[in-house]
Design a protein. Structure first.
Length: 144
């Protein structure tokens, strides 16, 4: 599971829908993170917003219709894992994330909370949605 394309040109994910408790708060945290990872904002209005990755995958966000506490370790999706191109970028995201509404998970094990061969940052937004930002092994060493 390297996250590397098989060369077919077919992307693995078409789109992701995120439902948040407050659109402005979600836009602040997710918009910042996706922008840092190379996604472009496509639109933003009172009903929702969307970002597109260069491969065509898009994320759509809107306010939840039913407000209930999200439990990421319950039934449903646990987290979303996204790629970043290098340990230096991962470290920069880690430093800036708290100012954008993210809390770090497993900070005491950074950057190997997923195991010694896995380099990633685990973040949780104010709604409890988790994102894992992974750097592929070839780019995992910090720039000195």
């Amino acid at each position: 599971m390297s996250g590397v394309s098989d060369g077919s040109g077919l992307r693995a994910v078409h789109h992701i829908d995120l439902w948040v408790s407050a659109l402005s708060r979600g836009r602040e945290s997710w918009g910042w993170l996706l922008g840092e990872l190379g996604w472009s904002e496509e639109f933003s209005d009172d009903d929702g917003c969307a970002w597109t990755h260069p491969d065509g995958t898009y994320v759509f966000m809107q306010t939840a219709l039913v407000h209930a506490e999200y439990v990421r370790t319950g039934i449903g999706m646990n987290h979303l894992a996204l790629l970043v191109d290098g340990r230096d970028r991962l470290d920069a995201l880690r430093a800036a994330a708290p100012e954008r509404g993210w809390s770090e998970l497993f900070a005491e094990k950074y950057p190997h909370a997923g195991g010694e061969q896995h380099v990633a940052l685990y973040l949780e937004d104010r709604d409890g949605l988790e994102v894992e930002v992974v750097t592929p092994p070839a780019t995992a060493e910090p720039v000195e």
